[in-house]
Design a binder for this molecule. Sequence first.
Ligand SMILES: Cc1cc2nc3c(=O)[nH]c(=O)nc-3n(C[C@H](O)[C@H](O)[C@H](O)COP(=O)(O)OP(=O)(O)OC[C@H]3O[C@@H](n4cnc5c(N)ncnc54)[C@H](O)[C@@H]3O)c2cc1C
Length: 458
Amino acid sequence: MMSLESNSNEIRPHVLGDRVVVLGAGIGGCFAAAALSKYFQSVLVLDKDELPDGPLSRRGVGQGLHIHGLLRRPFDIACKLLPGFEDDLRRAGGIKLQLGEQSFFHDAGAWHPKRDLGVAVYAQSRPLLEHVLRSRVAGLANVTFQDRTRVEDYIIHDGRIVAVGLQSDKQNEVVDADLVIDSTGRAGAIVDRLARLGYSDLESVELGVQISYTSAYFTRPAVPGKLPSGYVVRSNPPKTRSGVLWPIEGDKWVISLSGRFSDFPPADDEGFREFARSLEDPIVHEAIERESRVTPFVRFNIPRIYWRRFDRMSRFPDRLIPLGDTVAGFNPVYGQGMAVASLQVEELQATLAAHAAVGRPLDGISSEVLPRIAAATEAAWSMTEPVDLVFEKTTGARPQGFAERIAFAGAVRRAIVADDELHRAWARVANLIEDPSALVEILGRSESAKMSAAADGR
Ligand SMILES: Cc1cc2nc3c(=O)[nH]c(=O)nc-3n(C[C@H](O)[C@H](O)[C@H](O)COP(=O)(O)OP(=O)(O)OC[C@H]3O[C@@H](n4cnc5c(N)ncnc54)[C@H](O)[C@@H]3O)c2cc1C
């Protein structure tokens, strides 16, 4: 059991409270604990799982053995919150991939052209990423992790959360808190906890995407003098099958196959191989034929993606902040979940910094932070929502301007083949380091250049 004692007597310049309690020690919980450590005397991170001392998968993170691509933006946020994070990740086995030169994307029937896109990411398994992140956070003097502790209830007084009710080693206990972060993830029961207390007018945006993943690790013999590469083979509607061949630490590949609407990748060798063979490029299938499987198959079903609009509830307990998958469960195909959790933490941190700068107390913090968290969620949600809704069988309301957004995404996809600048901007937008409006501008320029060239030729 991991339990690191805190050393909280150190005087902090921006202290806003004695104790913040973070529920869930996953990706969102670790980012939040790192950001909050500056503003509270002590940070207590609770998790129902036994937290391993090494890069091992665990029950509370059922998605952990599937591909977990870390976009550039959350990587940058981790490096800012935890200086030295990049060195730790590299030393632990994370593999640096230069996008466009060591990471390749097959979309709509063709590979994107090979060119340096100016963005590098790290490839590793989710258990390794979580281990490095959690170890760095546990090293902060005022942060304590307490595992095998299940959050049962919120304790609310005068409209604000004042404590959480816990169960650990079959004992019940209550822990007081000045602020509570709920990052218990997609299986966490925030909706039930709120409803039991009468907070029940929650609106949730849901899209029935019916996606299923099957994954396993395979051998990846190191080739002297050759850097590994990662490959994503994505199909476009009406086709529903995709596959990822991604290098991870320990000379392994993680291979994840996904399908939609009952066309699910089987979890047996023959079925897995045949599903991979049907992808639009043979690269994943060739790897399965060449390499040996070293882990059992794991499956994960995602019947729907959701965005819980806590920000629109008529009332919400003050000093309670939900983040990560507790707020929104994204389609994993776009690799946005961990990124959005980190962006939400940035919003929380900016709000706390503003309070600390003028010595403003925490009262009213939830009504300030929830809209900022919603805005950070919206940025990613609106980028990928139309891509899911293009499938006729996806259930859910089609947003305004849906047809135009689809047409624009198609135009970008076609234009990046010939346009280096647009391709590089696309990589920055997909990695959430630049706003999608950059694409509108570049595509506009590129199309008017084409039109004048055509006019000149006439
Ligand atoms: C198949 C699949 C593939 C994915 N691939 C990617 C990807 O490529 N890139 C990407 O960015 N994202 C990916 N994601 C999404 C990513 O896993 C999540 O977005 C991310 O982990 C969210 O972090 P979180 O902190 O909200 O939740 P989690 O990281 O899931 O952590 C939740 C934590 O809460 C704990 N917990 C739950 N209930 C309680 C309780 N009652 N009491 C105490 N502790 C509790 C759990 O044990 C767990 O540790 C994928 C998801 C799936 C399903």
